[in-house]
Ligand binder design. Structure first.
Ligand SMILES: *Cc1c(COP(=O)(O)O)cnc(C)c1O
Length: 367
């Protein structure tokens, strides 16, 4: 990392700040996507992403935000029945997507601010299986609306034990790149992510690791469409290219950022995020706030804090804006009742010190 990192401005759960050299990578002149140069770039990012997913399987790269892949997952893996675990706003979005794709989407509500755990999944799956096969489950790894991380590896093992043919599909939009997600070891069938969160890239790209099992299943599913059809994407991937025009500039930024991530070291990067999460939790408790997420399942990339001191979040963000910083209000119904501090991407300890100093200033002023 040659260029020093400028001070962090965004402590919101995406988009995150992007390093200047990563932004600059997008400035290179355009090339055709049927060129050797593009194929080489595409082959390189493919290998890098597989390393980040700890997988031997493939990773599709789409010009879409992560929500696009919610839809891709459903349309490729599910003919009829899917079990959707809902413990926050993004898992609810995935459920809605499945229902709107005209699938029989069975919604399992799990209390917000708590994790989707293996025993909950076992019980719900066993119940659903009484009425017929369940082709897939959907679960969000890191619920950005509540700051809860669910043990999706344990969930996958529980699913396998009960129903080996049920595919395990995971949304890791706000955790991929911030914490270890060993796709093969956990036995996942699909794991999707966006560029603009823990990966600290501009918005516009999304990534999807897909197992052989899921790809085989996709061949039997009707109505896969074209743009998000995994069979179509796989054919192109074999030739190191994409069916449609790829986001070439964003892929150039991607490879530069992945080089930076590997230069930092994956273990170091993940440890940094966990350390920043603990630091943020400690700050919140020291200031007499309480944490929203249940203990033991708190996110390494975003901390949700109950606004127990009734701060005016809008006024706080005005105060922070004067120092070129920003945090997030609570999501949806938590607006005003909670606030969120993201510590994902390239945030470091000094950035958090600066943020907490400014927040303490505001709290002392407010009395
Ligand atoms: C942000 C987010 C999404 C939506 O991703 P987009 O890239 O905005 O479409 C989905 N799931 C989770 C967990 C998220 O944090």
């Amino acid at each position: 990392m040659s260029t020093p990192k400028p001070p962090q401005r965004l402590f919101i759960p995406g988009p995150t700040d992007v390093l200047p050299q990563v932004l600059a990578a997008q400035d290179a002149p355009m090339i055709g996507h049927r060129s050797d140069e593009f194929e080489a770039l595409f082959a390189k990012v493919q290998e890098q992403l597989k390393q980040l997913y700890y997988t031997k399987d493939r990773v599709y790269i789409l010009a879409a935000s992560g929500s696009g892949l919610h839809e891709a997952a459903i349309r490729n893996a599910v003919s009829k029945r899917v079990l959707c675990f809902v413990n926050g706003a993004f898992s609810e979005r995935w459920y809605t997507c499945a229902a709107n794709c005209d699938k029989e989407a069975i919604r399992v509500d799990v209390e917000w601010n708590t994790a989707v755990k293996a025993d909950i999944v076992s019980t719900a799956l066993q119940k659903a299986l009484q009425d017929g096969p369940v082709e897939a489950i959907t679960v969000v790894h890191n619920e950005t609306s509540t700051g809860v991380t669910s043990p999706v590896g344990e969930v996958a093992a529980a699913v396998r034990a009960i129903s080996p043919d049920t595919l395990v599909m995971v949304d890791a939009v706000s955790s991929f790149g911030g914490t270890r997600i060993p796709f093969d070891e956990w036995g996942l069938d699909l794991c999707l992510a966006s560029s603009q969160k823990a990966l600290a890239l501009p918005p516009g790209l999304s990534f999807c690791a897909v197992s052989d099992r899921l790809l085989e299943k996709a061949k039997t599913v009707k109505g896969r469409g074209w743009y998000f059809d995994f069979i179509n994407l796989e054919k192109s991937l074999q030739k190191s290219t994409t069916p449609a025009t790829p986001a070439i500039s964003l892929m150039r930024a991607l490879t530069v950022q992945l080089d930076i991530i590997f230069a930092e070291g994956l273990e170091q990067r993940f440890a940094r995020h966990h350390h920043l999460a603990e630091k943020t939790q400690r700050w919140a408790v020291d200031q007499d706030f309480t944490l929203m997420a249940e203990a033991g399942y708190r996110s390494p990339t975003v901390t949700n804090v109950a606004n127990t001191r009734q701060m005016n979040i809008g006024a706080l963000n005005k105060h922070l804006a004067a120092q070129e910083m920003e945090i997030s209000d609570g999501y949806g119904t938590y607006k005003g009742k909670a606030f969120r501090i993201a510590h994902m991407g390239e945030v470091n300890e000094a950035d958090l010190d600066r943020l907490f100093a400014a927040m303490n200033e505001f709290l002392n002023k407010a009395g």
